[in-house]
Ligand binder design. Structure first.
Ligand code: GLP
Length: 237
């Protein structure tokens, strides 16, 4: 595991964007696993800037996102599909048909999980997966206490996750109770992982995840067992 402490959020974003962009330069049809949340916004901004300068070409890139809220339609500004379109996809030359976010509104959600797993296999697996981390150690929406081996599945969101994410909604009650997420097994199968964490409130959970015991109580702790992980942090506010 490589551990990098960035000087500030800008530096963190540039470092993460550099790794993503190197991946795309080395493999123009790379499969990028992407994440939502506040943390990757700067990374996506940096990638857009480099795209505008002509330094990155997304025309062959395929993407798979980690997760989506159940019951939220893709055109809803709270959806992760909407987040990805507005924060990255709409601003670069990626083909929308090459971008994938699990559906939160499929009629049969179990079938949607199966479809998403098959899709990742058909794409040849994920070359590089970008990850954020929740205060309780979740990655994607893999909440503490869930089995490590899971592929894409439906998860009930814990109170602390709904509390943390209520800033994006009108109220706590408006935060969905369920999400569809790539599981730990799917994340661990990515060839390369980049975990980004920003802010003093993430320091404790990052230390637990990196130095603590590997346990489903801290889902991100499983990353200690992956052969190619880069953790980029900035704990300054
Ligand atoms: C959500 C997402 C996670 C993300 C986490 C942290 O719960 N499902 O993928 O890592 O938020 O978000 P932030 O970067 O806003 O702290």
């Amino acid at each position: 595991m490589k551990y990098i402490e960035a000087k500030n959020y800008n530096d963190l974003s540039r470092k993460a964007a550099n790794i993503l962009s190197a991946q795309v330069i080395l493999k123009p049809d790379a499969v990028l696993g992407l994440a939502t949340g506040s943390t990757p916004i700067g990374t996506y901004k940096q990638l857009i800037e480099w795209y505008e300068k002509g330094d990155i070409d997304f025309s062959g890139v395929r993407t798979v996102n980690l997760d989506e809220y159940v019951g939220v339609t893709p055109d809803d500004p709270h959806s992760y599909r909407y987040f990805m379109n507005t924060n990255l996809f709409d601003h670069v030359n990626i083909k929308k048909s090459n971008t994938n976010v699990p559906s939160g509104t499929a009629v049969d959600m179990e079938k949607e999980c199966e479809r998403y797993n098959n899709l990742i296999s058909e794409l040849g697996g994920i070359d590089l997966q970008l990850l954020g981390i929740g205060h309780n150690g979740h990655i994607g929406f893999n909440e503490p206490g869930q089995a490590f081996e899971k592929m894409t599945h439906i998860v009930e969101l814990g109170e602390s996750t709904r509390e943390a994410n209520k800033r994006f909604f009108d109220s706590y009650d408006a935060v969905p109770h369920y999400a569809i997420t790539m599981g730990i097994k799917a994340i661990m199968q990515a060839r390369k992982l980049v975990l980004i964490a920003n802010g003093s409130d993430k320091e404790e959970i990052i230390k637990k995840a990196i130095y603590g015991p590997v346990t489903p109580e801290v889902p991100a702790s499983i990353l200690q067992l992956h052969p190619d992980v880069t953790v980029i942090c900035c704990f300054k506010d």
